[in-house]
Ligand binder design. Structure first.
Ligand SMILES: [Zn+2]
Length: 595
């Protein structure tokens, strides 16, 4: 859909998958293929494999597989068209669109995107050289934002005028509105959305500007922060400030630091913690977490002390469970935020991040910090408070571990403490029930892998089709997934159709494409024929009760035995294989004509 076939083919043909993958993970050449750590799951030994000639990847760990477009879709979180555009961009290929509305939509997004780019430049230049920005420059300097930081984060200034940006851009008011940059004024002209603010451009994961955050100056107009309203490109519940600057380091460290504000992210970078992102004027959402876990499993919450304390515990636990994330909390000292801390005591910020604790442990320790454990009443209160917190955790084993540990700290008998841990709320019970329900059947439906002989045959068929395609027949496949995979790999242009097939078939074929054939393909056919002949023998034996019928089959049994013997010697193999395959073909057509 969307893009002209010809352009799509060109993008596919010119894309170098190994080169693309190397931008995310280090690849090593192993034999005919490349191997590295999988960018889609956490691992210590490489199980991610790229077949550069074929343009396919497969992960032996998480079974993700596909071509360059699939790779870009997954890693950059784009749709199909978006991924093709992403690749086309790098190759310098101008795409043509088939569907005019689709094209128009893309064009409109493109226009908004260009306006936002120009705007970021305008604000940035105004801050760097504008006369009216003098006070802003000295304010930023006083906060420790040197010119390098201003450059790196493309920080800008929106002048204190009604229409500075609108007149600079000189586009229709509707376009300004669509980009979230302005609105119609009462006297007809356009009014800028941001005025007299320090501007932080917000980018998507690829670095394209999608919106802005504007911070007020010390004596400027309220509110403290103003963000781009919802537009076609800007969705505050999804966007993460700083992600495109930090993503490489996030993947490397397998850790993402999430803050509440633009200056917190910049502070983290300045303190050497260049794996920080921030939500833009909203609480952390499920979509944010989904995005973050694509890059790292370990999420370190670096909110100010109040923010972390108030964070909704049940949601964190849900996310840990649903997205297989690990949520940690950095203990930012009371009354500070990461941005401030970076300015005043960067070592303390690094220490807070490095000593982040699991969310539950963080909450318990905050209670214990404030408790008066010298007095009986203080200990009783601390036991009750920590008990209530522990009770919220959905996992019984986790609850019990913390119970034992905490009981010791508050010097309360374990059994007494256990009574304080009230039963989880119905909602939590439900979520832990779901946990068990989903965990178990998943194991039961695990499909049986296809027989090795059939898998080997498919692999040879994929890599050396000329040698054996004519020798491989559907009757050689007993496993339904292998049979379907066979239908796939003998069809024309099958590499583009992998994803039209069922997941198990796509996964199997995806894996085989990156594997290497380690035996003579004709010999692999001969092994498949051995299996076919075995099955034929069994059938004949069980189906034919009549001695007379058995006698009818006798010459065929003998003939097959001779061919089988020839098949197992190298000199006579090919001819014998061909003979048996011919026989198998007549068997198949017999079946077809009788059924
Ligand atoms: Zn993987």
């Amino acid at each position: 859909m969307g893009i002209h076939d010809e352009d799509l083919e060109r993008v596919k043909a010119e894309t170098d998958l190994a080169g693309i993958v190397s931008q995310y993970v280090a690849l090593k050449k192993v034999g005919q293929r490349f191997s590295g750590l999988c960018p889609f799951h956490n691992e210590k030994t490489p199980s991610f494999s790229v077949n550069a000639d074929e343009g396919f990847f497969y992960c032996f760990g998480c079974q993700k597989s596909g071509d360059a477009i699939t790779f870009v879709r997954e890693i950059e979180h784009l749709d199909f068209v978006g991924a093709v555009e992403w690749l086309a961009n790098r190759l310098g290929i101008a795409l043509r669109y088939t569907d005019s509305t689709d094209g128009a939509n893309r064009k409109e997004r493109q226009e908004i995107s260009e306006l936002l780019e120009k705007t970021a430049d305008f604000y940035h230049q105004t801050l760097r050289t504008g006369k009216q920005a003098g006070k802003v420059r000295s304010y930023l300097r006083s906060r420790g934002f040197d010119s390098e930081t201003v450059e790196q984060f493309r920080i800008g200034y929106a002048p204190d005028q009604w229409d500075a940006l609108a007149s600079h851009l000189g586009v229709a008011i509707e376009k300004l509105e669509a980009a979230g940059l302005g609105r119609p004024g009462q006297r007809g002209g356009a009014i800028d959305f941001f005025r007299d603010r320090v501007m932080f451009p917000v980018c998507d994961a690829n670095g394209a500007v999608v919106g802005f955050g504007g911070r007020m100056l010390p004596d400027g107009q309220q509110p403290k922060y103003k963000n781009t309203p919802q537009t076609r490109l800007y969705d505050k519940s999804k966007v993460l400030y700083g992600l495109h600057w930090a993503k490489k380091q996030i993947v490397q460290a397998d850790e993402i630091i999430v803050c509440e504000g633009y200056t917190d992210v910049i502070g983290c970078f300045r303190a050497g913690l260049d794996r920080a992102v921030a939500t833009c004027g909203t609480a952390l959402t499920d979509d944010h977490v989904k995005t973050m876990v694509r890059f790292a499993k370990r999420i370190v919450i670096a909110f100010d002390a109040d923010g972390a304390g108030k964070a909704a515990a049940d949601r964190f636990y849900d996310w840990e469970h649903q997205h297989n994330a690990e949520v940690f909390v950095a203990a930012i000292p009371e009354g500070a935020d990461p941005g401030q801390l970076a300015e005043e005591d960067p070592a303390a910020l690094t220490e807070a991040i490095n000593s982040a604790e699991p969310f539950l442990s963080y909450r318990i320790n905050r209670v214990l910090d404030r408790a008066d454990l010298e007095r009986v009443e203080g200990r009783a209160r601390a036991a009750a408070d920590t008990g209530a917190i522990i009770a919220e955790h959905p996992n019984e084993v986790v609850r019990d571990q913390y119970l034992v540990e905490t009981a010791q700290k508050v010097r309360v008998d374990i059994e007494q403490m256990r009574r304080l841990i009230v039963k989880p709320s119905p909602q939590q019970q439900r979520s832990s029930a779901v946990q068990q329900d989903t965990a178990q059947p998943a194991k039961q439906v695990e499909p049986k892998p296809p027989p090795l002989v059939e898998v080997n045959l498919l692999r040879a068929l994929i890599h050396q089709p000329d040698a054996i395609t004519s020798l491989v027949l559907p009757a050689m496949f007993t496993d339904p997934i292998a049979a379907e995979a066979h239908r796939l790999v003998i069809s024309d242009g099958w590499r583009d159709q992998i994803n039209d097939f069922s997941q198990p078939v796509a996964t199997l074929v995806g894996r085989l494409v990156v594997e290497e054939v380690d035996a003579d393909p004709v010999e692999l056919v001969s092994r498949a024929l051995d299996a076919v002949i075995d099955r034929w023998h069994t059938e004949v034996r069980y189906d034919v009760n009549d001695i007379e019928q058995l006698r009818v089959h006798q010459p065929m049994v003998q003939w097959l035995a001779q061919r089988q013997e020839e098949m197992h010697s190298e000199q006579t193999r090919t001819a014998a294989v061909e003979a048996i395959v011919d026989w198998l073909r007549t068997q198949d057509s017999d079946k077809d004509s009788t059924s």
